[in-house]
Design a protein around this ligand. Structure first.
Ligand SMILES: Cc1cc2nc3c(=O)[nH]c(=O)nc-3n(C[C@H](O)[C@H](O)[C@H](O)COP(=O)(O)O)c2cc1C
Length: 185
């Protein structure tokens, strides 16, 4: 038995990675939004493609500063992640509102989020597809990982307000013969 799914619902099947929080600005102009539409583009230099649209206040800040942080939340933050993606930071400080702790980044002015398991500092590397697709190509300039955190399961947005938390790890490293260098630390 099969069911047809409207082509416009492709995102429900092809969600590409963990849902992220994107911080922009800095100081009193700091802001954070939720983002599900992103993908790795290149290993070296490390490039990530992200859809951040003009409906987001973050879009204006990203355009103006050319910098952001991709913060990786875990399943315990799912409620905050959803709420952050359902309100604008144009007039409110979402860090205070959602109990997030801003920490200083090293290579960008946008803040890290202490509660997230990883923070990737990024600079806008290419805006060629922003006008057409709201697609920013970001270069990752620094990564900080919280190795002490107990909860480590990332969450994947199923496209409809439900999330899938990371589960079992399947180790196939012995078969990665062509791509052995990817397994270096
Ligand atoms: C689960 C989830 C995923 C989202 N993914 C994206 C996304 O990939 N790109 C985007 O522009 N907005 C996305 N949004 C919407 C923004 O997070 C939302 O517009 C947010 O309010 C923007 O905040 P800001 O106006 O303070 O920048 C998502 C929202 C949710 C709840």
């Amino acid at each position: 038995m099969y069911q047809e799914l409207d082509p416009s619902k492709a995102y429900r099947l092809l969600e590409s990675g963990p849902v992220l929080l994107v911080t922009t600005g800095g100081g009193t102009r700091r802001n954070v939004m939720t983002m599900g539409f992103h993908m790795m583009v290149q290993h070296e230099p490390p490039l990530v493609a992200c859809v951040i649209g003009p409906w987001d206040h973050s879009y204006d800040t990203l355009q103006a500063t050319g910098e952001c942080v991709l913060a990786v939340p875990t399943v315990d933050l799912a409620e905050a992640v959803t709420k952050i993606g359902n309100c604008s930071g144009v007039n409110v400080d979402k860090f205070t509102g959602f109990g997030l702790t801003a920490q200083r980044a090293k290579t960008v002015a946008a803040p890290l989020i202490r509660e997230c398991i990883a923070n990737l500092e990024c600079r806008v590397a290419d805006t060629a597809m922003v006008e057409r697709y709201n697609l920013f190509i970001l270069e990752v300039t620094r990564i900080r990982i919280d190795t002490a955190r107990a909860e480590r399961r990332l969450i994947h947005h199923a496209g409809d307000g439900t999330f899938i938390a990371d589960g079992e790890t399947v180790d196939m490293r012995q078969h990665m013969t062509r791509w052995r260098y990817l397994m270096d630390d």
